[in-house]
Design a protein around this ligand. Structure first.
Ligand SMILES: Cc1cc2nc3c(=O)[nH]c(=O)nc-3n(C[C@H](O)[C@H](O)[C@H](O)COP(=O)(O)OP(=O)(O)OC[C@H]3O[C@@H](n4cnc5c(N)ncnc54)[C@H](O)[C@@H]3O)c2cc1C
Length: 493
């Protein structure tokens, strides 16, 4: 059987390994860390279980497909539970907006805050559905190797107003500033500024309503472990604590990899799930790169980063939902600070994750597990996180204590912080960007690093930095694209 090497075991790498295993390859996954999952790795501390990254699971069918490719049934290994309502948005004045799956409940909630926006909301949802049909069903599944494939879709993208931004499109349907925010913040989950991200990402509203918002019992880590097990079931291997330092190239084709230990491994194909910019900047020699030169990578726009505080409390906070968005006093200007000015603002908007609201097994009895994340500038902003982290955490803790988690600071029994510096050093992400390249139109589809490398043969890319982009549906789709660009193993044998 031909040998495939997959660099990295994020969701994209795990999915790629399973797809290659099902298509006649012997697969070796090489992972720098001591566990699978990448951004979705798990840590356990003082009896609490923390998912480090993704918590909102959408489009379960993408996971089910991987299980069936490995000859197993998804529901035998994983229990998904619907999260309903989806999330609660809390505005700075204390008013809230609860998003749920049921259209009638949503109409009532919009009507409660802004009766004049109910019609506009309905029309926005119809537009979101139309965008989903093209943006997800047609765009995410196909490779964009040629500019022609992009050109063919342009009339359709124009018809769907993709030249507008997510916020711009939402604001063209509804007037209330709070509803505009509630319908437009989603790009922040995939590294985009709602004021610059193409309105293609308005598809998320339809995707959530049509397919639901889910969480895995046992945490997102259960999905990671499940995928790692499928790789084993296929007879393939994941090797941990193995950092790839270069991709070897001969005669214009990838021939294998070199590890930090000095070991070299030969392969018929190489798939990189490492950060796409890092792959080109650090793993592939400059002399073989024509498109992704250091200069182009230096000029690219990288997503924002994240400050994440994981904490466990000795008491339970009943009534705090599984997912909350806690908005500060500023929206557009805060986003400008994060994405454009790249300064660490004194105010923030937060996402609060409270998994024990659904699955108490993630904390000791009577306790609660949380994480709170704040979008912050990537390392291009030059923030000195060694000094900034603790005062920033304290400010967030004070805010949470004043708003949704009274008495927080006295009740914290375990705590851990992740800063943009960790995205850089631990996950090897250029500028510590949490989501790779920023999802602006000029860095999407054909303009993004292709799934079949433009630089050398037999090299492929999956994960957040390549097409279609970040988020679980995006990275799982990037692996699905491989099926149409990687030759079947039997053709290489
Ligand atoms: C805090 C946070 C919350 C999020 N929440 C959500 C959410 O709720 N829902 C959602 O859909 N998405 C969410 N996302 C986005 C989503 O998690 C990511 O887009 C996705 O997990 C990235 O997967 P990936 O395949 O790109 O791989 P990554 O997770 O980036 O993994 C890449 C792997 O490659 C390894 N690696 C890198 N370089 C090398 C090397 N040289 N040699 C060997 N190994 C290497 C790394 O160690 C890592 O394990 C969130 C992200 C973060 C950070």
């Amino acid at each position: 059987m031909p040998h495939a090497i997959v660099i990295g075991s994020g969701f994209g790498g795990l999915a790629a390994a399973i797809r290659l295993g099902a298509r006649g390859y012997r697969v070796t996954v090489l992972e720098k860390l001591d566990q699978p999952g990448g951004r979705a790795s798990v840590f356990r501390q003082d009896g609490f279980t923390f998912d480090a990254g993704p918590t909102i699971v959408t489009l379960p069918k993408l996971f089910e497909e991987l299980w069936s490719l490995a000859g197993r049934r998804f529901e035998d290994d994983i229990t998904l539970k619907p999260v309903e309502p989806f999330y609660r948005v809390r505005f700075d004045d204390g008013e809230t907006f609860t998003a749920s799956r049921d259209p009638e409940t949503m109409r009532r909630e919009i009507g409660r805050l802004a009766p004049d926006d109910v019609d506009g909301y309905e029309r926005f949802m119809a537009q979101s559905k139309a965008i989903y049909g093209v943006g997800f069903e047609q765009l995410s599944n196909q490779p964009f190797h040629s500019i022609l494939s992009m050109a063919k879709l342009l009339p359709e993208l124009f018809r769907l107003k993709s030249y507008r931004t997510v916020y711009g499109l939402a604001a063209s349907y509804v007037k209330d500033p709070r509803i505009r925010i509630a319908l437009s913040f989603h790009p922040l989950f995939i590294g985009g500024n709602p004021f610059t991200t193409t309105s293609i990402y308005c598809l998320i509203s339809h995707l959530e309503r049509e397919y639901g918002v889910w969480c895995a019992m046992g945490g997102t880590g259960a999905l990671v472990q499940g995928l790692a097990k499928l790789i084993e079931v296929q007879g393939n291997t994941i090797r941990y604590n193995q950092e790839v330092t270069s991709i070897t190239v001969e005669g214009g084709a990838a021939t294998g990899v070199k590890l930090a230990s000095g070991e070299t491994l030969a392969a018929d194909i190489v798939v990189s799930n490492a950060d796409a910019a890092w792959t080109y900047r650090h793993l592939l020699p400059a002399e073989v790169r024509r498109r992704w030169t250091d200069k182009k990578l230096g000029r690219a726009r990288y997503s924002m980063s994240l400050f994440v505080w994981y904490f466990g409390t000795r008491r339970q906070y009943r009534g705090v939902p599984h997912h909350s968005i806690l908005l500060g006093p500023r929206y557009k200007e805060l986003l400008r600070d994060i994405f454009d000015r790249k300064v660490l603002a004194p105010d923030f908007s937060l996402y609060l994750h409270h998994p024990t609201a659904t699955d108490p097994s993630l904390a000791p009895p009577g306790c609660d597990t949380f994480y709170v994340l704040s979008p912050v500038p990537n390392l291009a902003g030059g923030v000195d996180w060694a000094h900034a982290a603790e005062p920033y955490r304290r400010a967030i803790s004070d805010f949470l204590g004043r708003t949704v988690l009274p008495g927080l600071e006295e009740n914290v029994v375990t705590s851990r912080i992740v800063t943009p510096q960790d995205f850089h050093t631990r996950l090897r992400s250029v500028l510590g960007a949490a989501f790779g390249f920023e999802p602006v139109f000029t860095q999407s589809a054909w303009f993004r690093p292709h799934n079949r490398s433009e630089e050398v043969d037999r090299l492929y890319l999956v994960g957040a930095g390549t097409h279609p982009g970040a988020g679980l549906p995006g990275v799982l789709s990037s692996a699905r694209v491989l099926d149409s660009v990687v030759p079947h193993g039997a053709d290489l044998a």
